[in-house]
Design a protein around this ligand. Sequence first.
Ligand code: F6R
Length: 614
Amino acid sequence: MCGIVGYVGPKRAQDVVIDGLRRLEYRGYDSAGIAVVHEGELALAKRAGKLANLDKVLADTPLPPAHTGIGHTRWATHGRPNDVNAHPHTGGARRVALVHNGIIENFVELRSRVEADDHVFLSETDTEIVAHLVELQVQSGVDLPTAMQRVCQQLDGAFTLVAVDAEDPDRVVAARRNSPLVVGLGEGENFLGSDVAAFIEHTREALELGQDQIVTITRDEVTVSDFWGRPVEAQRFHVDWDLSAAEKDGHDWFMRKEIFEQPRAVADSLIGRRTTGGLLQLDEMRLADEEIRDLDKIIIIACGTSFYAGMVAKYAIEHWTRTPVEVELASEFRYRDPIVDATTLVVAISQSGETADTLQAIRHARSQRAKVLAICNTNGSSIPRESDAVIYTHAGPEIGVASTKGFLTQLVACYLLALYVAQVKGTRFGDEIDEIMVQLEAMPGHIETVLAQSDAVYELARAHTSTRSVLFLGRHAGYPVALEGALKLKELAYLHAEGFAAGELKHGPIALIEDGLPVLCVVPPRGRDQLHGKMLSGIQEVRARGARTICLAEEGDSTIEPYADDLVRLPRVPVLLQPLVAIVPLQLFACELATALGHDVDQPRNLAKSVTVE
Ligand code: F6R
């Protein structure tokens, strides 16, 4: 939530900061703002709504040609999304400007302390008090880094803060606790960003910051300390993504581009996973074979789309390893006093690596002595940093707010984890694992085959612009696909959409079926005859009550034809791997329907890409 940028260097700060915000806008778009320091004064501009609104303000009244600046794109927590609540906020004397991502939990108490001294607050935010406190500190004679340290010592909650001081024009100071912040290392210039997309155009060398750290950037120097001023060695890393990966590549939406990148993303996530001897290797595993053999339970924690990837993982892990798996919403996990100990492996799945609910859940798991393995797409983010082991997915940057290639590569990582555990525990023979790996390696080609039908799926989607409700049915590994298909439609097309396990329908939800209601059905492959037959019965039941069925069924499955009003063909793949192909038409359907309805697909209302508040 919220995107943050900071810059010091020879370029025009306004240009660098606004370009950075453009790449971070997926993190929140309730308002945007910028502050630069020029000739001992702050110049500020901010506007409610998308960055385009701020662009208009700056086109009419550009900021002075400063070389130091900070910027913010907001996902509102405290206070409505209006001009006044937009960041940056300043102290009463307009000497310090500050932007913030996160929540200051004790802001009311802090605010009442200074209100007694006649401080006037303009906004309803939890951020403004921090700007006042930092300004009070610099006015007392300390420098900006020291001021930031002293203020951070008083704050409760989650925050990334970035500040400038009008009287210290060549320095930007930032702090982080439980919210993301990375440093971009340039030549004679340095950058701050919520993630590397903020500065990827300028540099691919970066520093990751740890918890409770303060960073100061000037043109030539980056210094890191803890909240008490003790120097800290930050970890340097090279960013593999390039600028083109963060651009749209001719597509109308990042989401559509990302859907079409899925064959490559899946292939990349499979690269280098086998030794020359054919054994699976996951070198970011960092868990000893002994620890894996001793596991008696796996708990998967995640949110949203990542949670559905976890649901698919349960089918694969239990089937291939015979290890019991629980899948739990991260936001519920620590509140129910879960039974977790040193023989439990907790698997945290997160595309962004910054989801606050998941981060808090893994902290709870580790406090109970469980080992935590992260499945994550974002190098250097908090969740892998705080885990015992990590399997990185190699989806590349996911900019569209709705997760697509993030999901597919999470599935790949889950399959790899399941096979690795099977190899170590000896629950599958080597040749069985080989066979599944060969099937996995064929998936990019199968996904291409599904993508080749995109025009037909788009046509179907456009035929549903007046639909108010859509149901999704699946069984077994197709059930999470139905849930994910419904989530995509909700978040993009703002339609009522629900996913059901097909067998559960007759226990209540079938009452929802009425004439003409579209029902999307994920039909399992015929190899599992019982499953396939049961699904067919479910489809007949809804059809008999007037539903219009859109069936996703494998090539050559003629048994489905009498029951499908529309049919999308899937390649023939094993049931456990079918989610990798079955979700693709559902992503295309949601993307196209939302486009036809005139919605902003990359930035759906009320959402943010990275949910860094609980
Ligand atoms: C839906 C979507 C969200 C995320 C969820 C978890 O399209 O993107 O449901 O999946 O917020 O995010 P990560 O995976 O970053 O932890």
